[in-house]
Design a protein around this ligand. Structure first.
Ligand code: BES
Ligand code: MN
Ligand code: ZN
Length: 496
């Protein structure tokens, strides 16, 4: 997609489809909608006014109204997209609405889009232009890569009409959304096309393209580092594991924090000997979404160039049952030296992350963030509208909270009180890898906390959000790339 920011009059922009946003200023539940066009341009107001009082359009969130051959405009069509109630609309609604416009255009073979950035005090120009770029590029993604009848419906050009001051925000939005789509394309790959080694190869290719340092290690390195927890999962598979390490070094800033981004990269999770039921098991190809989020974040970071050092560690392996697989009751020694009693081999994510966190610390990380499709329990707790966030440090968490306000993603904090530690006490070892029926997302996080130790740390359990089961007006179903944008914002906050 070719992307351009243009200032000036939208009425003069040539495009197959010009998109303009609207809100509803009416207050009170049953009040008739009072539609506001979010522009000062007379031409656009004139072209649309005959259709605004007819009742055919209410400006609800992501509602659309298409006008053909709009009078006085260069564009061939004008699409109004609703942002909902005026009092509540923010640039986060604009992200979705821009996506809705793209999803509207794609099946109708409209390839050239112009989007007029909304005017008004609720819409900071830079944040809004960024949101439009993000929403449009994210909406251009479709997961049907292996269909022989795949139609290439992608948008060829996107012109955002916005003031010059919006340019930096716009450029950031393009970088971030393209990187999020890179994450999604990795998550979308089936397990046979994305083995741990291929995952490593794709990470290395990305790193080369964007000037990052990248190393991909195999089983030998796991043994050398005494990563007994990571290896205990990898030992059951015929596919060799990959320990992926990507480093970003800013040009100046020799001292200061070092951020460790640790991702779960299970390219397929069968459950191992504690095997999963076959219903929905195919979905477990996305069990590397946390790792893919970190690799996508590094892709964006390489281009946004924040003044802070960042190291990503992704622990990639399959979780398979086999004659070599670990068994419930086995005891494993993690890289940190802690002993772990394996109760359930399907609680494998925390095992690979335990060593990933320890390794990131050994590489010098002063602050840690991990992302993982860690537990089904997080979806039981939060539904599929929020992902779980955990932290052992208030200041670091607050920084993340602020990052989420900018990214527009949805995370909800869950507790990590010390009392929960009792649930993962083992009779034979330092800790066991499951905590029973209740609070599954929390006991998984408590397990990780043992390996973050005193280092300020954030854990993101994205199992509830990494895969979307139903199409939305603004996005395709399938891999979401969740977490990546908030992680990038969190990293950038250390640079400010
Ligand atoms: N990868 C799964 C978690 C998961 C479930 C991700 C559904 C996405 C959708 C994880 O490895 C797992 O199997 N967790 C177990 C933990 C249990 C054995 C303590 C779970 O959630 O059932
Ligand atoms: Mn599992
Ligand atoms: Zn898993």
């Amino acid at each position: 997609m070719k992307t351009t920011l243009q200032s000036g009059n939208a009425a003069a922009v040539e495009a197959e489809l010009l998109v303009v946003f609207t809100t509803d200023a009416a207050t009170g539940k049953d009040a008739k909608p009072e539609i506001i066009l979010l522009t000062d341009e007379g031409g656009i107001k004139q072209a649309s006014s005959p259709f605004l009082g007819t009742g055919e359009f209410s400006s609800n969130s992501n509602e659309t109204l298409l006008l053909h051959a709009p009078q006085g405009l260069k564009a061939k069509r004008l699409l109004l997209v609703g942002l909902g109630k005026a009092a509540k609309a923010t640039f986060h609604d604009v992200r979705k609405a821009a996506g809705t416009a793209v999803r509207f255009a794609k099946p109708r073979k409209l390839r050239e889009l112009a989007v007029l950035a909304p005017a008004g005090s609720a819409f900071d120009p830079a944040a809004t232009a960024r949101a439009i770029a993000e929403g449009a590029i994210l909406a251009d993604f479709d997961p049907d890569t292996y269909r022989s009848d795949r139609k290439d419906q992608s948008i060829q050009s996107l012109t955002v009409v916005a003031p010059k001051t919006a340019e930096t925000g716009f450029n950031e939005g393009v970088i971030i959304a393209e990187s999020q789509n890179f994450t999604r394309s990795l998550v979308n790959e089936p397990g046979n096309y994305l083995t741990p080694a291929i995952f490593g190869k794709k990470a290395a290719e990305m790193a080369r393209e964007f000037g990052l340092k990248c190393e991909v290690y195999g089983a030998e390195k796991l043994h050398e580092l005494k990563m007994g927890a990571f290896w205990s999962v990898a030992q059951g598979s015929d596919e060799p594991p990959a320990l992926i390490v990507i480093t970003y070094e800013p040009e100046s800033v020799p001292e200061g924090p070092v951020l460790g981004l640790v991702g779960k990269g299970i390219t397929f999770d069968t459950g191992g000997i504690s095997i999963k039921p076959s219903d929905n098991m195919e979905k477990m190809k996305y069990d590397m979404a946390g790792g893919a989020a970190m690799i996508g974040a590094m892709r964006a970071i390489a281009q946004l160039k924040p003044a802070v050092k960042v190291i990503a560690v992704v622990c990639a392996t399959e979780n398979m049952p086999s004659g070599k697989a670990q068994k419930p009751g086995d005891v494993q020694i993690a890289m940190s030296g802690k002993s772990i009693e394996i109760i359930n081999t399907d609680a494998e994510g925390r095992l690979v992350l335990a060593d990933g966190l320890a390794y990131a610390k050994q590489l010098g990380a002063t602050h840690l963030i991990d992302a993982a499709t860690l537990t089904g329990a997080v979806a039981i707790a939060l539904g599929q509208l929020n992902a779980g966030a955990f932290s052992n440090d208030e200041e670091t968490y607050q920084r993340f909270r602020n990052a989420v306000d900018r990214s527009g993603e949805r995370f909800w904090r869950l507790p990590l009180d010390e009392d929960y530690r009792d649930l993962i006490r083992s009779d034979i070892a330092d800790i066991k890898n499951t905590g029973g029926r209740y609070g599954g997302a929390i006991t998984a996080a408590m397990f990780l906390k043992e390996f973050a130790e005193d280092t300020p740390w954030i854990h993101l359990d994205i199992a509830s959000m990494a895969w979307l089961d139903d199409t939305k007006p603004w996005t395709a179903k399938g891999p979401t790339g969740v977490g990546m944008r908030s992680i990038v914002e969190w990293v950038r906050s250390f640079s400010r």
